[in-house]
Design a protein around this ligand. Sequence first.
Ligand SMILES: Cc1cc2nc3c(=O)[nH]c(=O)nc-3n(C[C@H](O)[C@H](O)[C@H](O)COP(=O)(O)O)c2cc1C
Ligand code: SF4
Length: 390
Amino acid sequence: MSNTNNSVSRADVIFGAYASEKYVVLEKALKRTPEDIIQELIDSGIRGRGGAGFPTGLKWKFAAQQQSDEKYVICNADEGEPGTFKDREILMKVPRKVFSGMAICGYVVGATKGMIYLRGEYKWLLPSLMKEREIFDEYIKSTNIDFSIEFILGSGAYVCGEETALIESMEGKRGEPRNKPPFPVVEGFKNKPTVVNNVETFVNVNMIMRMGYKEYDKLGTQDSRGSKLFSISGDTPKPGVFELELGMKLSEFVNEFGDGDTKAVQVGGASGFCVPRKKFDETIIGFEGIPTGGSMMIFNSTRSMYNVLHNYLEFFCEESCGQCTPCRVGTQQLLKGIEAIKNSERPESYLDQLLKLTDTMKIASKCGLGQSVANSFASIVENFTEEMVY
Ligand SMILES: Cc1cc2nc3c(=O)[nH]c(=O)nc-3n(C[C@H](O)[C@H](O)[C@H](O)COP(=O)(O)O)c2cc1C
Ligand code: SF4
């Protein structure tokens, strides 16, 4: 469990622990029944590492229950959230654990095809991934299952990390989110039942299959089990990818990774929350506090939070797919709005109207992109109001 001292608890299960072994965890898993594996994942309390935190055991259970001649397993390696770079590190250092997790999923839900949707900028990883795939293919021949893995390259659109836009893109269409329901476990790739999981989630499944859920549960807290990779950037003497136990206080994190002058931490990327210094002690990083796909951007007192927000809003304007009005128009109005306040063309009180607009976007936008703009907008504006005016 996460400690109560004033420091973070490190873990070394994702990159460490038997990284060079052949497919022994998969071999072990294939001796169990799919029902038994699903139950162990449910007991472990594992939640997806891509940001939304959906329980992985339940997702696999729903997919396994579907009657279909074809099913698919997709590994979401789009990694487009600003400040996130941990999936790249996993695919670079321990791709075997990802392939193994995907094959376990295929076995459990009854899918024979796996696909990795790889962020376009990570194309350079393909040769090493293909090399590992040769070893995987050779191993699979010695088992009683049929499972292949294909790579599909993205083209740099943030929205294509959203699972249904990702599926559209994989089908060769414009990458736009679909209406949900139906969810991909019911109608996903080619309208067939499909499990979409983050890269790190597949590695966690591998960990649970190796350690057993009781050992896994010793990491993290009751609501946030296991360890998590954090991509740490900004004003820090220690930028990089670190594996930490979930459930730590933000103050512990800042003690370890801040530069002594930390003014705010953006937890969860541009679509996450900005936490100011005065709230570091009361903020828990995990599902009982602020959940995160792992992006932690640290800002010290030299940074203008207006510039930070401006930058995020430019990003959202650029990346909105334009399919629904609240997001397409809302992101632009927010950007114009904070510029108008900064230029004294609008009074400070105009911020209240912009905050109401983000509330509307939260309930009326079609996908998580438009729905989550409110997170960074409200948390920056409310905690750093004085920086928004001239
Ligand atoms: C705009 C947007 C971008 C997203 N980008 C990613 C991404 O790059 N990687 C990822 O795993 N999930 C991303 N997600 C979340 C996925 O839709 C989905 O929830 C996730 O892949 C499920 O995997 P998990 O259950 O293992 O977390 C994104 C969601 C939204 C709304
Ligand atoms: S919320 Fe934004 S990104 Fe999502 S569907 Fe609507 S316009 Fe596209």
